[in-house]
Design a protein around this ligand. Structure first.
Ligand SMILES: [Zn+2]
Ligand SMILES: [Zn+2]
Length: 205
């Protein structure tokens, strides 16, 4: 296995108008990255590019010129633009990893290079993955999850003098961390944490 090739280290901040545009795209796949890094191979030729958002099957790339050079698009000069581009068709031999760059990109394919890092899935993407996760559960696992959901949905029950304020703080913090790692439990955990938080605040913390 060859060493992964290094990535270009150019970065740029999304402009407010670009953020507005990207935020209205339907079915976004990830949270916007405020300061995306170029995803091409170090010392590539031509413009820098970074995936700004994937919307359903469409990939929107931010394209920007090195330095202050101007790009020409349909007779307009501009130093950057958002552009919907087709995917690079290349796949890696046996593993069949797909290249994550757009078609006709400069430099090496993404699977030959360092990772540009994972993006945080959008709420939309998380819901979709969550549905798939639920479907992959076996009967016992699903029954357990549904039981917990129905417990939370029913009246709250009597408060029990079981826990101190500091313990409750630790428990809610730990649960919050679990929620980050386990999407299936996330919704349940967040609901429990929210209730405990509300009660702690009512106690005048
Ligand atoms: Zn670059
Ligand atoms: Zn490629």
């Amino acid at each position: 296995m060859n060493e992964p090739l290094p990535l270009c280290d150019a970065r740029t901040d999304l402009k407010p108008i670009e953020v507005l545009f990207l935020q209205q795209l339907p079915e976004p796949s990830h949270e916007l990255v405020e300061s995306p890094q170029c995803e091409l191979q170090r010392e590539h030729s031509g413009v820098h590019i970074a995936l700004a958002q994937a919307s359903g099957p469409d990939s929107w790339w931010l394209v920007w010129a090195p330095g202050n050079a101007q790009l020409t698009a349909r007779g307009w000069n501009m130093d950057r633009r958002l552009h919907e581009m087709d995917d690079c068709p290349a796949t890696q031999g046996e593993s069949e990893d797909e290249c994550l760059l757009p078609a006709r990109h400069a430099g090496a394919h993404s699977f030959e290079m360092e990772s540009s890092g994972p993006r945080v899935p959008s709420a939309f993407a998380r819901k979709k993955m969550l549905r798939a996760l639920r479907e992959s559960l076996d009967d016992d696992e699903r029954a357990e999850l549904e039981e917990m959901e129905s417990l939370l949905a029913s009246p709250e029950g009597d408060p029990l003098p079981l826990i101190t304020q500091n313990e409750a703080l630790v428990v809610t913090t730990l649960l919050g961390q679990v929620a980050l790692d386990d999407w299936l439990m996330e919704d349940l955990v967040l609901r429990v944490v929210e209730r405990m938080d509300t009660r702690m605040q009512a106690l005048g913390r």
